[in-house]
Design a protein around this ligand. Sequence first.
Ligand code: ATP
Ligand code: MG
Length: 558
Amino acid sequence: MTEEKKPLNFVEKIIESDLKSGKITTSQTRFPPEPNGYLHIGHAKSICLNFGLAKKYGGTCNLRFDDTNPEKEDIEYVGSIKEDVKWLGFEWDGDVRYTSDYFQQLYDWAVYLIKEGKAYVCDLSADEMREYRGNLKQPGKDSPNKFRSVEENLTLFEKMRKGEFADGTCSLRVKIDMAHPNMQMRDPVIYRIKNMPHHQTGDTWSIYPSYDYAHGQSDAIEGITHSICTLEFVEHRPLYEWFIENLPVPATPHQYEFSRLNINYTVTSKRKLKQLVDEGVVDGWDDPRLPTISGMRRRGYTPKSIRDFIDSTGVTKVDGVVDVSQLEFAVREDLNENAPRAMCVMNPLKVTLTNYDIDKTEEMSAPVHPQREELGSRVLPFTQTLYIDKADFQEEGNKKYKRLVLGKRVRLRNAYIIEADKAIKNDQGEIIEVRARIIENTVGKNPEDGIKAKGVIHWVSATQNVDCEVNLYDRLFTDEAPDAGDKDFMDCINPQSLQTLTGCKAEINLANPEEELPYQFEREGYFFLDKCLDKVSDVATDKLVFNRTISLRDTWGK
Ligand code: ATP
Ligand code: MG
């Protein structure tokens, strides 16, 4: 489907209609992460949507850190989020924004609400507040402090700001309606006391605004036209609108909700991902088994494959779960088209060619990509001793086994056809070497005697290759819905999610490996060079390690 012919999603329809009616002249969106963890594939959906709309309609999109909760936030997350957004291929408008840039304005507007008789300082504890709030069946009741004088409220709020009260002593609430059917409207708290420094504002503040209070006003300050969030905020929309109506804000943004991205066999919640990291189940936020953007990057996912996947999931108002194979399909498609080819033998078995001179090296030529001539070719040294994969040799074969068998022929990819004569075993009876012969004059040709090879296998020279390690990943969870219902996702960890193979032998060209794209290791899958940082020093080690992005075919569960 071409870009033009694709049907519009509901947000695009709204924007097109707003542009047409003249309600807006240009669209302004924002991506508002809270810097309390690394971004994950769910955030990628919000990023693609918000930045994608800006691209499509010639508007702008801001990156705004929703940093109202210093307790859980960290500057490390700010850095990683910026890197991830850029890596995904998007550019924010102007400087990075922070909700904390607006703390003074938000405070002034809170004072305005107090003066208007629409906000009050409440002394109820968190427990009491819960009790006073009522529930869906029962109305709540007014706080005993609801009718404090404006003067008293102003004095108390000023004291809150100055850090004269301990955390939790009191809070600032807006006066709406304790009997409102929407619980969010029952005098919500808009400022809490937190006597703690903030990663952007230092010691300036002892009170911090709530998400609900800060978000819409930040949108208004930035001139956001379409404030897009996920469905769980539907209930918050009336409050969002209440603030916009009751404050002298410079613009009137609107909130729209879409369904969040859920993927089976995956958890997409920063809190849960943090637990996996903190408890050492995985090796940091960029562990290639995690659905974090940094983990996927380290695994070999390309920005395009992630964008294509997100595109394939659509933007709707209906909650659902996407099959993880849809994500795997997207990366396979992209890599099949773009990944350079290489050969790597994971479980090496030595082959000695008894009719090949020990001093001889022939340079075999192989395409970097079979369908893309423009990428050129690579040189593979062919020598008397080679490695093939243990799984590619059997003493006796059968019809299905199209690899090397005693007395039979197989083609070495991009090189000769060979025939196996003898298997050499160690004392335990394990095959440690195969003696074979090349069939002369078969590079790129069928044998003159007409006896064809049964199949094609990959190989590397045993004397001219590079040693490497390979990480094979499997799904991190054994359960397709690891955090559904009252399940504990920590109970569904796949104990075999990582298998490391050492002593693998890759073709000599990988001595200077490609750093941008995974390779297709022929017949094996797609593999991406790991940065291999030392855990303690964070300095790159000289070990050559490849992470399996994805196998060649979807064989999961088969
Ligand atoms: P988490 O539950 O993982 O902490 P969050 O929604 O609290 O996610 P934020 O940093 O507040 O994380 O999210 C930034 C933006 O990304 C929000 O607009 C949020 O709606 C959106 N977002 C988060 N998770 C998803 C998801 N799974 N699908 C689509 N959008 C998401
Ligand atoms: Mg959040």
